[in-house]
Every structure is written in structure tokens, then in C-alpha cells.
Design a protein around this ligand. Structure first.
Ligand code: GLN
Length: 567
């Protein structure tokens, strides 16, 4: 017998071969889909093209929901090493995702949820749970139809919940990966079930231009299209990324091999400022072509380019505008993806202040060597950010940097770990609490100024168990934080296990620290400031996750502004 709750909530059971569960209330054709699949190589900006397309459709008046289908078996991105995979982006609902969700939030200007981020791990977890609950009617559970069915269910559930006009689904990885095969198959099935005018396949490919040949070659892109076709997917649109502008001969060749009119093959060569992409692609009738495939052009007629043009002008800085140099003292250096949201938040400040922001990376492990000179490292740096982090590597170097900023009136912004290490530094050097530390690193420190959050003491597993997501931050009256935010309550995103140990709050305050932000019960300290210093502030939360291109985070903005002022 069917389980009542299951039959009425998430899917209808069926014992035939075509297991294709649909959520309650789903109407075929109400929501349309754009599926974005990469080919040739990864790292060519598939996420940028996808978020640009979101922006274009949104600008046309469509309600767009992005969705990322990650191929890996991790349930979320929380346990991934940011050096290998880029930063872990945290959504307001606490989901730990990859950095593409950050691009979508920033370009669409809205908060997303865990339903916008599906991994193979999440899909398998749901299937295994259903199997254990005996919900497959005695059937053997198979990749097709059950894995594909679960993927389609996730996609359609988002359609029902959001009532979006278009869901834009970005598939992680590239064609030919074993991991994403079932996602591609699921979306091929979706296209069959929904009807051709309801699903648009977009292949983001790459045109090689080997230095030794000095000319563009389309073969790899052709093979990518072929691989997709072998999986039963005929792309409707090709976007060809390349270093230099795509030649017409390449366009005609690809159009022939891909069964596509040249008007469905778009070139997108490297541009300095990605914020110019929406208006460039609009000029090439990119969103027009997608609306044609999806039969949307009547409901959402062509829009001119003026708003986008205005927007991209605002999101730019003249190359000869004065520079502000910000140091970032991190661990995962050499890959800016690791600190993507921080770089973006700084960029947003640059747009608002019309200044070019130059980032100088500081490898703090170098500062721990005996002959190292902090002064030399700080040469040219006008403000310092100590970002979030975990573990002991480079920590003493970070503490040295914070001390240098505090003692030399250099603007300092600490984020999460940066907040905790600022308190360790202050305890050691101002409050004379020698060897003060965080228990994350030194469990036997005589002064555990940073200690594990009480509720974390009983947590033993790593995945999704930190204090995560959006929480209210109450701001102290008359503080700098209040002046900067112009509010006494803000909402920001967190990702931590440790906190300022409440036992040390009085000593730190006696030393001169002002805690100007806390949770509703005043138990967890969330912002610190140091009166008398040009700018010495730190947050237990991550303001970088909620900064937007046309609405920079106020704390970042004030930090950058003061860094650019001679103090
Ligand atoms: N390692 C610290 C903690 O877990 C800081 C975390 C972070 O910077 N995101 O509390």
C-alpha cells in the first residue's frame, strides 16, 4: 500500500518502467528550463555565462531560478578544500555550496536556498533513505530510472516551489565525465517529457588557439558536441569561449557540425570586465535566441539594452582611476577562487568609490621564519584583511600582521577566523595574557580566549555541522558598527565552531575592545571594534557573502574607503 504522506507530498509511486516522479501540483510547460553543459575543458567560465544569462532573462522580466547540479558524491561543498575547489559559499539557510551560487546571488540580487544546489551525494542520500524506508515497491533500485527520476524530481520540485518562468540548470563538470552522466541523461529525459519548446540545451565550449599554430581550431568543440549527441542531446545553442574573438569560419564550421543555424552559435571571448558581458551578449541577440527556443519571446518581448548598459557602466572603474592596495593574509594563496567572495566584495567597493582595488597576497607562513620582516611585507599595503580559515598553518604570521596593523594605525578588517585571531592578538599583547590562544589550535593554552561553542562540544561529524547560515546580529547603540550600518539589527551569514570565550569578555573590554555586535541573547560576540584606531574591526560572520555589485557591504566599504584615505 502506498504511504499516504509520500503519495500526497513528494512523489507518486508507480511500478512501471517509467518511474518519473512528479511533485504535487506540477504543471508541464509552466516552468521552462535552460540546461547548461560544458565541454572540452573545465574552468572556461561556464558559471559566468550561466549567471550572465540569469541576469539577461531577469532583465527581460522573467522570474529565473538558477540550479547547480554538482556531479561529485559529497552531499554539499562544506568538506571540500577551498584550495582545490574554490571557496565554500554559505547560503542564508546554511547550505554550504560551491562558489557559483555566489555568482548567481550577486547577479540576481537575491538569496538562494539548498534547493538551488543539488549534488550527486544529495541525490544518492535521498534514494538510499527511500530504499531503507521501503518506498520502491519491491523493485531493484537502478541508475535509470531511479537516479534520473530523483534528479528530475529535484528540478520539478524547485519549479513548483518557486513558480519560476525559467529554471536555469548548470551541470557541474564537462561532457565525458563519468560523474555527470546521469545528470545529463536525467535532463535528456526531462526534455523528452516536457516537450522540445520547454527545454533549451546550451553547450558552453572552448575554441583552442595553440600558440604554435597562431590560429583558432574548432575540432575539440566539435568533439564536445558529438559527445553530447551520443548521449541523445542536441544542443540548441552553442557558446564558444575563446581567448580572442571567434572567427567567422569557426562559427560556420561549428554551425554545420552541430546542426545549428549560425544565429544559434555565439562567441564569448575573454573580456576584462565580466559586468560588460550581459550588454555585449544582448547586442548579439543571445537571450533573444533562448527565448525563441523556449517560445517565450511573446510573453517576454525583446528589451533594449539601456538598463544593462547603464548597469555595466556603474559596475566599472576607469583603468587610470587611483589604486587602493589591500593585503589579504591567507593560507590558500595563488588561487583567487579560494577567496572569491572577498575579492568580489572588494570589487563592489571599487565600483562605489570609483577606485581600482589591487590585492596583495601575504603568505603568513613566510612571516613565521626568523629573518622575516613584517614591515617589508606591509610595504605599499593600505589596509589588511585576515579572512576566514581553519587550523594552525600560518596563524602566528596572521597574528603578527594584526599586531602590526593595530600598532601602526593600518586599517584592519578581520573575518571570522580573522575576528578570533584579532582577539588572541589583543589578549596576548594588550591584556598581557601570555600564550593566549584559540583551543582550535592549542587545547592547553592557559588563556583560551577563543573556545568551542557550547553546542559544538557534542558534535563529532564534520559535514554540515558548524554554526551555519544567516543569523541576526544586534548592534550596539552609539558604536561605529551602528554608524556604518545605519541600523541596530542586520542579518549576516556564519560558518564557525569556535567563538569568543564569554569568560574573557570583561578582560578584553577592560583592555579597550568594544564588542558592538552580538546575537539576540548577547551570548555570542559578533563584531569587535577598537576606538581610537582609524579602522580596526572584525566580524564573527562573513559580510563578503552578502555584498552585491550595486550594494556593497557597508563594513567593507568603510574599510576600503578609510584604507584609501591618508591616515
Ligand atoms: N576555524 C574557526 C571556527 O571554526 C573559524 C572559521 C572560519 O573562519 N570560517 O570557528
Amino acid at each position: 500500500m502506498e504511504d499516504e504522506t509520500l503519495a500526497t507530498t513528494d512523489f507518486k509511486l508507480s511500478s512501471d518502467e517509467f518511474y518519473s516522479p512528479q511533485p504535487e501540483g506540477y504543471v508541464i510547460g509552466k516552468t521552462k528550463y535552460v540546461v547548461i553543459i560544458g565541454s572540452v575543458i573545465s574552468g572556461i567560465g561556464k558559471g559566468t555565462i550561466s549567471s550572465t544569462l540569469c541576469k539577461l532573462l531577469h532583465d527581460r522580466g522573467l522570474h529565473v531560478e538558477p540550479m547547480k547540479l554538482e556531479a561529485y558524491l559529497n552531499v554539499d561543498s562544506g568538506t571540500l578544500n577551498p584550495y582545490r575547489h574554490g571557496e565554500v559559499f554559505v547560503l542564508d539557510d546554511g547550505t554550504e555550496t560551491d562558489l557559483d551560487l555566489g555568482s548567481y546571488e550577486r547577479l540576481l540580487g537575491k538569496n538562494l536556498t539548498g534547493e538551488n544546489f543539488i549534488t550527486s551525494g544529495k541525490v544518492y542520500q535521498r534514494i538510499i533513505q527511500k530504499e531503507r524506508e521501503g518506498k520502491y515497491l519491491g523493485r531493484d533500485v537502478q541508475f535509470i530510472p531511479h537516479v534520473t527520476g530523483e534528479i528530475k524530481l529535484a528540478v520539478r520540485s524547485l519549479a513548483v516551489k518557486s513558480q519560476a518562468d525559467v529554471i536555469l540548470i548548470e551541470i557541474g563538470g564537462t561532457v565525458g565525465d563519468y560523474e555527470n552522466m546521469f545528470a545529463i541523461e536525467a535532463l535528456r529525459e526531462l526534455s523528452y517529457e516536457e516537450g522540445k519548446e520547454n527545454v533549451c540545451f546550451l553547450n558552453v565550449t572552448y575554441i583552442l588557439e595553440p600558440g604554435s599554430l597562431g590560429e583558432q581550431k574548432s575540432k575539440a568543440a566539435q568533439l564536445g558536441v558529438k559527445a553530447l549527441m551520443e548521449m541523445g542531446v542536441q544542443p540548441d545553442i552553442l557558446v564558444c569561449r575563446s581567448e580572442s574573438k571567434m572567427r567567422d569560419s569557426i562559427k560556420s564550421k561549428l554551425s554545420l557540425y552541430a546542426n545549428l543555424s549560425p544565429s544559434r552559435v555565439f562567441g564569448a571571448h575573454d573580456v576584462g570586465n565580466i559586468y560588460s558581458l550581459p550588454s555585449v551578449l544582448r547586442d548579439e541577440k543571445f537571450d533573444e535566441a533562448i527565448c525563441q527556443v523556449l517560445h517565450l519571446q511573446e510573453r517576454f518581448p525583446k528589451k533594449d539594452n539601456s538598463d544593462l548598459h547603464e548597469w555595466s557602466k556603474r559596475m566599472s572603474v576607469d583603468s587610470d582611476a587611483p589604486e587602493i592596495t589591500i593585503g589579504i593574509a591567507g593560507k590558500y594563496l595563488g588561487a583567487s577562487d579560494t577567496y572569491m567572495s572577498i575579492i568580489k566584495a572588494l570589487e563592489h567597493c571599487g565600483f562605489a568609490l570609483k577606485r581600482n582595488i589591487f590585492v596583495k597576497w601575504i603568505d603568513t607562513t613566510v612571516l613565521e621564519k626568523e629573518d622575516a620582516s613584517v614591515e617589508e611585507v606591509f610595504h605599499g599595503i593600505q589596509g589588511l584583511i585576515v579572512p576566514g580559515g581553519f587550523g594552525s598553518r600560518g596563524v602566528e604570521g596572521k597574528i603578527l600582521c594584526i599586531q602590526y596593523c593595530r600598532e601602526h594605525n593600518i586599517p584592519f578588517l578581520g573575518l571570522c577566523y580573522g575576528f578570533q585571531l584579532a582577539l588572541v592578538e589583543f589578549a596576548r599583547h594588550v591584556c598581557a595574557l601570555n600564550r593566549a590562544h584559540t583551543t582550535e589550535i592549542d587545547a592547553t593554552t592557559p588563556y583560551p580566549v577563543i573556545d568551542i561553542l557550547p553546542e559544538q562540544k557534542k558534535v563529532w561529524t564534520k559535514g554540515g555541522t558548524m554554526r551555519l547560515g544567516g543569523h541576526d546580529v544586534h548592534i550596539k547603540f552609539g558604536s561605529d558598527a551602528e554608524r556604518i550600518h545605519g541600523a541596530n539589527k542586520i542579518r549576516r551569514r556564519f560558518r564557525h565552531r569556535y567563538e569568543c570565550n564569554p569568560e574573557y569578555i570583561p578582560s578584553l573590554e577592560n583592555g579597550g575592545i568594544v564588542f558592538s555586535g552580538f546575537d539576540s541573547e548577547k551570548k555570542i560576540m559578533q563584531i569587535l571594534e577598537l576606538p581610537g584606531h582609524p579602522f580596526f574591526m572584525a566580524t564573527q560572520f562573513h559580510p563578503e557573502f552578502t555584498s552585491r555589485p550595486d550594494d556593497p557591504d557597508p563594513l567593507f566599504l568603510e574599510f576600503v574607503r578609510i584604507s584609501g584615505t591618508d591616515v
